[in-house]
Design a protein around this ligand. Structure first.
Ligand code: URA
Length: 230
């Protein structure tokens, strides 16, 4: 939200007073005096006028987790442990998941309290490449590659999947790049060939790669350049 709108929405200032406060440089955002009425402020911003605190702000959080098998991509589950159970932070209940993985899928999961950031990451228009390592029951035949490129018709959603890039690594293993995140998408794509996915691991989401130093169940805060990459 724009700073002038934030201030004039408060019961204590009208628009004229807001203009004056900014011109007199009496407003501070995150400790800096500001006069730009168009400055974007968020729930994370600390906003003060003179010595009066208008909004304390709270830290924005961005975590990368190596999701292990046997864990639900949810913040609550009555039966199973969730990815949130692996997080040891006092404010963890403010976090939400930026994208999900199935119960037995492993790999990169992102958790944040910044809704704008996670929307940029997950909204379909972004067409962010998600890279998976896949192992299957049957041999992955070379003709799969063209079918993944052409797309699969998903009757339930009545759509054809966008071009995906399949790279064969061995008779039963491949690397797959998809730009969507449909329900059970990878398993359904291989299901077209009656080929069961035995192992699925997300290595990357766009510019964000799972840190090879993280073992299953471990997490770390994103580095500033990783946050800005989205
Ligand atoms: N596709 C799947 O089928 N499962 C996942 O967990 C992720 C993508």
């Amino acid at each position: 939200m724009r700073l002038d709108r934030f201030l004039s929405n408060l019961p204590c200032f009208n628009r004229q007073q807001v203009r004056l406060l900014l011109a007199e440089r009496r407003v501070r955002v995150d400790g800096q005096c500001v006069s730009d009425p168009h400055l974007e402020v968020r729930e994370f911003s600390r906003i003060e006028v003179d010595e009066q605190l208008l909004q304390a702000g709270h830290p924005a959080r961005y975590l990368m987790l190596h999701k292990p098998q046997g864990c639900v991509s949810a913040t609550h589950d009555p039966e199973h442990r969730t990815v949130l159970d692996l997080i040891d932070e006092t404010d963890k209940h403010e976090l939400h998941l930026a994208g999900r993985l199935d119960f037995n899928t492993t790999g990169l999961m992102l958790l944040t309290n910044d809704g704008q950031w996670s929307r940029r990451l997950t909204q379909p228009q972004t067409k962010l490449a998600k890279i998976y390592y896949v192992e299957t029951e049957q041999v992955i035949e070379p003709h799969y590659i063209e079918k993944f490129r052409q797309g699969f018709y998903f009757a339930f959603e009545d759509l054809t999947t966008l071009p995906a890039e399949l790279t064969l690594l061995g008779p039963h293993s491949a690397r797959l790049s998809i730009v969507e995140g449909r329900y059970h998408q990878v398993k359904r794509m291989f299901g077209h060939f009656d080929n069961k996915v035995l192992r699925l691991h997300r290595e990357r989401m766009g510019p964000l790669q799972l840190d090879p130093g993280l073992r299953p169940g471990e997490y770390r805060a994103l580095y500033p350049e990783e946050i800005l990459a989205i």
